[in-house]
Design a protein around this ligand. Structure first.
Ligand code: CP
Length: 308
């Protein structure tokens, strides 16, 4: 199936067939990372710019690794060392970068909607690597890829997402993606961290973490996004861990072959205990490995062949 998009901005605008296409392409890409020589010439001569206005370890590095495994050239620009500090706007920055003729710009920004602003103005492919509290589509795609790889399907699975849903762009994109592919999603967290009307996103809400975990095929834990909160939304991290943290006793309530996931970075002992994070059901590092394959697939589908 052909993929005719210029940009990857969110999960909402993708059809389930397009999601399948991306996941299938990623499955083909994955083995490249396990070869002795981890490089193919697919995107030779292409240029990818990584424009990150927020910190990142996994997303930025895996886009960089993904592009280089496809032989594209990558260049990074960070907020603190860019002319943003001299008053240049995001659009002016992006237009100047576009003048250097990149094929794709991967952007992470604290403002929801920033990637859309660029997508409408630039001819380079724009890939949303996380915008404010709005969306993190490549995280959702790698999460779906990882679950599909482990379970052989997405439809019919029950997914529990627990934590700071309000401030999590991962939660929004995951709820959209998993429900689009036929899974059911249940969310749970403190009342101050569940957005009003979360049901409209397609998720069911429950009050107690035990209820969310009971029988779940997948349990996805989220960190408390302090950097996006105005004031403290919980009495203490210790109290949060006691009421909402995933420990071995709570994990035992899930399906016997549960997958424990976390987009990272994890806060050990807060939302997830070390025994669970490092335990036999944890696939947290598989998510990171698969992030490279999914981002290779996206770069290939969006950039490969464009302008030929
Ligand atoms: N999952 C994720 O977005 O991690 P980083 O913030 O390290 O990129």
């Amino acid at each position: 199936m052909a993929f005719f998009r210029k940009d990857l901005l969110d999960i909402e605008s993708l059809s389930s067939e397009e999601v399948e296409n991306i996941l299938d392409t990623a499955a083909g890409m994955k083995e490249i990372s396990f070869r002795p020589i981890k490089k193919v010439p697919t995107l030779r001569g292409k240029t990818v710019i990584l424009l990150f206005h927020e910190p990142s370890t996994r997303t930025k590095m895996s886009f960089d690794v993904a592009a280089k495994r496809l032989s594209a050239d990558t260049h990074s620009i960070a907020k603190a060392s860019s002319s943003f500090t001299k008053g240049e706007t995001l659009v002016d920055t992006a237009r100047n970068l576009e003048a250097m003729r990149p094929d794709a710009i991967v952007i992470r920004h604290s403002s929801s909607g920033a990637p859309y602003l660029l997508a409408g103005r630039l001819s380079a492919s724009i890939i949303n690597a996380g915008d404010g509290t709005h969306a993190h589509p490549t995280q959702a795609l790698l999460d779906m890829f990882t679950v599909r790889e482990k379970k052989g399907k997405l439809a019919g699975l029950s997914i529990a997402i627990i934590g700071d849903i309000t401030h999590s762009r991962v939660a929004r994109s995951d709820i959209c993606g998993f429900t689009k592919m036929g899974a059911t999603v249940t969310v749970c967290g403190p009342g101050t961290m569940i957005p009003p009307g979360v049901e409209a996103l397609g998720a069911k809400r429950v009050r107690r973490v035990e209820e969310a975990v009971q029988g779940a095929d997948v349990v996805m834990m989220l960190r408390i996004q302090k950097e996006r909160q105005k004031g403290s939304l919980i009495p203490s991290e210790r109290e949060y861990a006691r009421v909402y943290g995933l420990n071995p006793e709570r994990a035992a309530l899930a399906a016997p072959d549960v997958l424990i996931m976390h987009p990272g970075p994890i806060n050990r002992g807060v939302e997830i205990s070390p025994e669970v994070a490092d335990g036999p059901y944890s696939i947290i590092l598989d998510q990171v490995t698969n992030g490279v394959a999914v981002r290779m697939a996206l770069l290939y589908l969006l950039v490969g062949g464009r302008g030929e």
